[in-house]
Ligand binder design. Structure first.
Ligand SMILES: C[S@@+](CC[C@H](N)C(=O)[O-])C[C@H]1O[C@@H](n2cnc3c(N)ncnc32)[C@H](O)[C@@H]1O
Length: 269
């Protein structure tokens, strides 16, 4: 009897020790992300000076700003973002510095569209960015009913140039599939080596969205960036992937979709 009680106590103590170790580890991982975010903030502040956009809360975090800055080094011709604000100022500012590239910023809310337009004009970035007001409309995309930007307005704004970089940071993620139409509507407009960055990747709906994109589109490769809010990076790839590779990817995704500690480079998922 006494032996059994001791045994149970030992199991309970081991379980508590395991849980504490896990908590300490995830706190350390969170602290790491915050430190990297601060590093990225100081880096971007050094570039933008007093015109540095305010990051965080509704806006992108500085670490995603740094990822965007790295992407823009590829000198994209056309960048499209869904959801305007700090990211608009950052992207337009860097395109302006590089002296090449255009940004189309899609916004559903007139107040934010106007405020962002005013800010980019103030900073003299007007010629690099076009802000397009596209109100949210309940619509059937593929087989899914969802409330998304008026798809006709979005497609009309695009013209013929292929999208080199697409940032998915809107509309506000208020329902499971609110951001899912992004690739369904704009996927065919992505350049051959186009890249999609989807913010708020830790949100379970955004995670479901990214996994659904990867599941439904075999020409897309999914990667995880362990940023503060979590970033999904999706690359268009024309190289076919073997069934075995795809199976392994799927298994890795199932076991651990959002691995810790790789904010600076993309982990295949
Ligand atoms: C996640 S925010 C997009 C932010 C934008 N990409 C940026 O970096 O600032 C998505 C949408 O939320 C709305 N929004 C932005 N700031 C907001 C605020 N402070 N309160 C409520 N809605 C906001 C805007 O309509 C925006 O398009």
């Amino acid at each position: 009897m006494r032996g059994s009680r001791t045994w149970k106590r030992e199991v309970a103590a081991d379980a508590i020790a395991g849980m504490s170790a896990y908590l300490a580890w995830s706190q350390a991982a969170y602290r790491d992300r915050q430190i990297r975010n601060i590093e990225d903030m100081s880096l971007l502040s050094a570039v933008f000076g007093r015109n540095c956009p305010s990051f965080g809360i509704w806006a992108i975090e500085a670490d995603l700003g740094r990822v965007l800055a790295d992407e823009l080094e590829r000198r994209p011709r056309l960048v499209v973002e869904l959801g305007s604000g700090a990211s608009t100022v950052l992207i337009a500012g860097l395109l302006h510095r590089h002296g090449t590239g255009q940004l189309i910023s899609i916004e559903h809310d007139r107040r934010f569209a106007d405020a962002t337009a005013e800010r980019v004009q103030e900073l003299g970035l007007g010629e690099r960015v076009r802000i397009v007001l596209a109100p949210l409309r309940r619509q059937l995309v593929g087989t899914t009913w969802t409330s998304w930007y008026d798809a006709d307005a979005v497609l009309d704004a695009m013209g013929d140039t292929k999208i080199d970089l697409l940032l998915v940071d809107g509309p506000p993620a208020v329902t499971r599939w609110s951001r899912w139409p992004a690739i369904e509507v704009l996927g065919s407009r992505l350049a051959e080596d186009g890249v999609v960055l989807a913010d708020d990747g830790r949100n379970r709906w955004q995670r479901a969205t990214a996994l659904r994109w990867a599941h439904d589109h075999h020409d897309l490769r999914l990667y995880w960036l362990d940023t503060l809010k979590g970033t999904w990076r999706i690359e268009v790839s024309s190289a076919p992937e073997s069934d075995l590779k795809r199976m392994l990817r799927r298994a890795r995704r199932r076991i651990n979709p959002t691995p810790v500690g790789f904010a600076r480079w993309a982990v295949p998922r």
